[in-house]
Write a protein that binds this ligand. Structure first.
Ligand SMILES: [Zn+2]
Length: 387
């Protein structure tokens, strides 16, 4: 009897042990599975964050160069930094390519550049700000992560390094680089440009004002021939290269007309827009007016005053949406002497809606489809306009 009881006790204990072991195994098997499923989802739901910039902390050519090198060290799987050529005085023109390098699928590419006019600092700052915004939010925010998984974002923050260091609009040859492209190049009356370059290889005559204070009545030295300036030669070659990689849009950043402009010379034969292209541009004009503080229009007012510009050349050459983005407002145009470089963080925040709108719609742009995807934006963007 006692023996039988002991035998039953042992059997009972064994069955409990077996149950505990099996349950333990199941629990242990579930734990890692749960972690893999839930953690990345929670992480990717995070709202995007803004770069931690401070007012007054502008980046000249050398500080921009250091920032780009830092990005390469901090984000080796996302960043590639390379020189696209040299300025008149031999400074490297840096380009940063931002994409998830681990994803080797075919991706659309785009180009955003700044400081083609060296005294328009905020145009370069906006490029740097966007680069940092994308990098710090990758693998945390879903929108940014998707952008870098599916596209290659090429950014040239300072296209005119000599001009940036001299705080000058022109290249060191005294040429306006945004009149040096081969589209309605060097038209005196229909482009407000004269083909001069550096007179006798020594004398710079960058602008003729004819007693007028209105920059739209000035005449600009556009160089002796199209692409004479090494900076413009370099960005032309970069665009041609991108055209082999689903080049989908281009933004040429400036200050300070407070507007985003679409190609204007292209309204004229032989570069006229198709109805489909006009429809897409009109959609973008409306989107900008409704969702940013910037004005926007296509083909109004500038058409005979700015021959040889980057946006028109890119559009007529590659037939992709191309823009001139004039950051700041007329009240803060340091070049015209109204205001000074100020409110840096505010102006950077005003650029994000447009940049992010372009990036989330990159495939639509490539196919000339209606760009109707709305970009989610971080809190405080766009900011309230300055009073
Ligand atoms: Zn400009």
């Amino acid at each position: 009897m006692n023996k039988k009881l002991s035998y039953l006790k042992v059997l009972f204990l064994c069955s409990i042990l077996l149950t505990v072991t099996i349950t333990g195994c199941i629990e242990e098997e579930q734990k890692p599975g749960e972690k893999e499923l839930s953690a990345p989802e929670i992480q990717l739901d995070q709202p995007s964050i803004l770069p931690n910039w401070k007012d007054g902390e502008y980046h000249d050519y050398y500080e921009t160069t250091d920032e780009l090198a830092d990005f390469k060290v901090k984000y080796p799987d996302l960043v590639n930094v390379f020189s696209i050529g040299k300025s008149v005085l031999g400074k490297d023109i840096w380009c940063i390519r931002i994409t998830n390098e681990k994803n080797t699928e075919v991706k659309a590419s785009c180009l955003i550049d700044g400081c083609i006019h060296g005294d328009e600092w905020e145009a370069g700052e906006a490029c740097l700000y966007l680069a940092e915004y994308l990098l710090i939010n990758f693998d945390k925010n879903e929108t940014v992560t998707n952008i870098l998984n599916s596209s290659k974002v090429y950014i040239v923050p300072i296209l005119n390094p000599d001009g940036r260091q001299a705080n000058e609009r022109f290249t060191d040859n005294g040429v306006d680089p945004n009149r040096n492209f081969d589209v309605f190049f060097g038209r005196l009356f229909r482009g407000h440009c004269y083909r001069l370059g550096k007179l006798l290889g020594r004398i710079k005559i960058p602008v003729i004002k004819f007693f007028s204070n209105d920059p739209f009545k000035y005449y600009w030295n556009c160089g002796r021939y199209a692409f004479s300036e090494p900076e413009i030669h370099a960005v032309r070659d970069l665009m041609k290269e991108l055209n082999n990689h689903d080049f989908s849009f281009y933004v040429n950043c400036h200050t300070a007309l407070h507007t985003v402009v679409m190609p204007w010379l292209s309204f004229k034969p032989p570069f006229e827009m198709t109805l489909r292209e006009k429809k897409v541009f009109d959609y973008i004009v409306d989107w900008i007016r409704e969702n940013t503080e910037y004005e926007s229009f296509r083909g109004k007012g500038f058409e005979f005053k700015t021959g040889g510009n980057a946006m028109d050349w890119c559009f007529k050459e590659f037939r992709i949406p191309s823009f001139t983005f004039e950051i700041l407002s007329l009240d803060y145009d340091p070049w015209k002497g109204t205001g000074k470089h100020d409110h840096l963080v505010h102006w950077m925040k005003t650029t994000l809606p447009f940049f992010m709108y372009l990036l989330v719609n990159i495939e639509n742009f490539h196919n000339w489809e209606t760009p109707d995807i709305q970009p989610p934006l971080p809190e405080g963007v766009p900011p309230q306009p300055l009073q």
